[in-house]
Design a protein around this ligand. Structure first.
Ligand SMILES: Nc1ncnc2c1ncn2[C@@H]1O[C@H](COP(=O)(O)OP(=O)(O)OP(=O)(O)O)[C@@H](O)[C@H]1O
Length: 607
């Protein structure tokens, strides 16, 4: 038998596209050819199971070999094989999907998802790295003759008789000059590790099986133990700490999706690693850029998603609009929320102890996805300075009695740094107010979200005002000083401080409150924070110097002394009190600190 021919006409346009544009990543030729070989072995298995093939299956295996001297890469399988006619049909008519015909014939008995072709032009990707490709194949069909197909990448092909005793196919690539890199065994090893690690049939390279054909995501959750999930995590990320918990995804309607998502330990926000989810299609690795396939906030998770329903090799914008991708998004989001809710309900202690690692993830999810917010609002935790955890509802009930202001507004107080804001936290506690710890970058956004969602609630940083003003009650504080004295006191402080960005105000606080309190209004700080983190806010705010309110306590004995002391002493006492207030907030530095220390020494030396 010898036959020459032309590959059907429309290929003329397709070849250069494959070569140059279709896959920017040339290395994927190996993924395509090895997957074809795996498909061929699975097809023979299926034929055998439905009684269409009566022969011995043998040990189904795919082999990859590199011969540097001969400049060839050979992918061999003992799968279904092809007759010469089938080569013409399946290989030459590339627009024709061999798999679809296969499905047509066996659709009653097979799981079609497993055999419907995904990559379209899979086989022809060989020409990205080879200037000649041979196929030597023998069909499983009784009495079929082996055949050889040769093509040099033009539209012309040749089919001749071949020698081959056993069922199966060898695809031999004659590697082109500009693709020398693929003749290195180490390069091939790396590509196989990347794309073929979990292919469902054993793949052999250099006499070793390089894959795990039964990864745990293909198994039933009921057949797996915690250890299995942990081991698999280690297999995926050898250098990571063990995961906190995981979700086994398993759905076959209305789309097909399996996989395992792990919650990693996130030590801090700078360490957050995205692109740790790997996307597979029927155990073939596709990419670890899952952006657009999973919601942004879920990219903090690690693990595997395997779905033949995710369209591959298509543009981003198309992917975003794709309805099955949208459904997959919704499904995964729901599963993740359900899992967290489940752990929260069944094992609150574990949930609380993991909170440090998962809070960023939960808050990020609530901020970016309203549906997730709706579910997570019942298990998101607030942690107070006593390290007790509350749900939003629990917390609101807890502070209801004491932290509702005169306008029926509930005021939640928080600190971003209980050490630095210690004096304010203590002042709040002296009124029996509770203080939350909200100290991460995401918390400033989370606070905004809570205020937006929770009715009649405002959330204030503990040092954003004097304690009486943070939560304004109806009781009016009497002032020991009259208006004239207050005005005088204000002037003394203004002169002593001598700084335009410090707005002095004299107000009657409790006599046991501090004599001077320095605060930055909540609004001002939020705007500045937002500017810093690039989250909008008012642009001009970013460039403005920090401005503070300086509240001078009219009811404090010290301030009464300022008024009654000799004129030249007034200012130095006021300055000293102001510096102490700065010191309490870690705001005193440089020349101001040196002057303060000097003045303090002089003061204690005085008889
Ligand atoms: N190793 C092989 N053994 C048997 N048949 C093969 C082999 N490789 C390819 N074929 C046949 O050639 C057809 C075309 O292969 P090609 O890779 O171009 O597309 P596909 O397999 O249909 O889809 P894809 O590989 O993109 O998922 C296959 O459907 C199959 O029938």
């Amino acid at each position: 038998m010898e036959e020459k021919g032309n590959i059907s006409i429309h290929t003329e346009n397709i070849f250069p596209i494959i070569k140059k544009f279709l896959y920017s990543d040339h290395e994927i030729f190996l993924r395509e050819l090895v997957s074809n070989a795996v498909d061929a072995t699975q097809k023979i298995k299926r034929l055998s199971s439905v009684g269409e093939y009566k022969g011995d299956l043998g040990e189904l295996r795919v082999k990859v070999a590199v011969d540097k001297d001969a400049r060839t890469i050979t992918i061999s399988d003992n799968g279904i094989g092809m007759t010469a006619d089938e080569i013409k049909k399946y290989i030459n008519q590339i627009a024709f999907s061999g798999a679809s015909e296969f499905v047509e014939r066996y659709k009653e008995v097979t799981d079609t998802n497993q055999i419907i072709g995904q990559f379209g032009l899979g086989f022809y990707s060989a020409f990205m790295v080879a200037d000649r490709v041979d196929i030597v194949t023998k069909s499983y069909k009784e009495g079929s003759e082996p055949a050889r197909w040769t093509c040099d990448g033009s539209t012309e092909f040749e089919i001749t008789d071949a020698e081959r005793a056993e069922r199966g196919t060898d695809v031999i690539l004659h590697v082109s000059q500009d693709s020398d890199e693929f003749l290195e065994e180490s390069r091939i090893q790396t590509i196989l590790n990347k794309y073929c690690k979990f292919l469902p049939v054993e793949v052999e390279f250099k006499e070793e099986v390089i894959n795990n054909p039964n990864p745990i995501w293909t198994k039933q959750p009921s057949d797996l133990k915690d250890e299995d999930y942990k081991e698999f995590y280690k297999e995926l990320y050898p250098f990571s700490e063990p995961p906190l918990f995981w979700i086994h995804l398993n759905v076959d309607y209305p789309f097909n999706l399996t996989g395992i998502l792990y919650f990693p330990k996130i030590k801090n926000e700078f360490e957050m690693q995205r692109n740790k989810i790997q996307l597979y299609s029927r155990q073939v690795f596709i990419t670890d850029e899952v952006k657009d396939v999973v919601p942004e906030f879920l990219m903090l998770l690690h693990g595997i998603i395997d779905s033949p329903d995710i369209p591959l090799n298509v543009s981003r914008s198309f992917l975003q609009a794709d309805s099955s991708v949208k459904k997959i998004n919704t499904y995964i989001t729901k599963k993740v929320a359900d899992k967290l809710n489940d752990i929260f309900k069944k094992d609150r202690a574990t949930f609380e102890s993991s909170w440090e690692d998962i809070n960023v993830f939960v808050k990020y999810g609530m901020l970016s996805d309203d549906k997730f917010y709706e579910k997570a609002k019942d298990f998101v935790l607030l942690q107070n300075t006593e390290d007790k955890f509350y749900t939003i509802e629990e917390y609101k009930a807890f502070v209801q009695a004491n932290q509702t202001d005169k306008n029926e507004q509930q005021v939640l107080l928080y600190t971003t740094d209980a050490e630095k804001q210690h004096a304010f936290v203590e002042a709040a506690k002296s009124r029996s107010y509770d203080v939350l710890k909200l100290d991460s970058v995401i918390d400033s956004h989370f606070i905004g979200l809570l205020e937006q969602k929770l009715e009649k609630t405002s959330i204030k940083r503990v040092d954003s005002d004097t304690i009486d003003k943070l939560i304004e009650k109806d009781e009016l504080k009497e002032s020991v000083l009259n208006d004239e004295e207050k005005e005088k006191l204000k002037k003394v402080y203004e002169q002593a401080i001598n700084n335009q960005n410090m707005h002095v105000e004299v107000a009657p606080l409790s006599s046991d409150d501090a004599p001077v309190v320095i605060t930055m209004p909540e609004f001002m700080r939020r705007m500045k924070d937002m500017n810093r983190t690039g989250g909008g806010g008012m642009m001009f705010m970013g460039n403005m110097p920090d401005t503070y309110n300086v509240t001078v306590n009219a009811n404090h004995k010290l301030n009464q002394r300022v008024l009654s002391t000799k004129d030249d002493n007034k200012e130095s006492i006021a300055r000293q009190a102001f510096d102490l207030a700065l010191l309490a907030q870690n705001m005193l530095s440089g020349s101001a600190l040196t002057a303060f220390v000097k003045r303090s020494f002089e003061l204690i030396q005085k008889e």
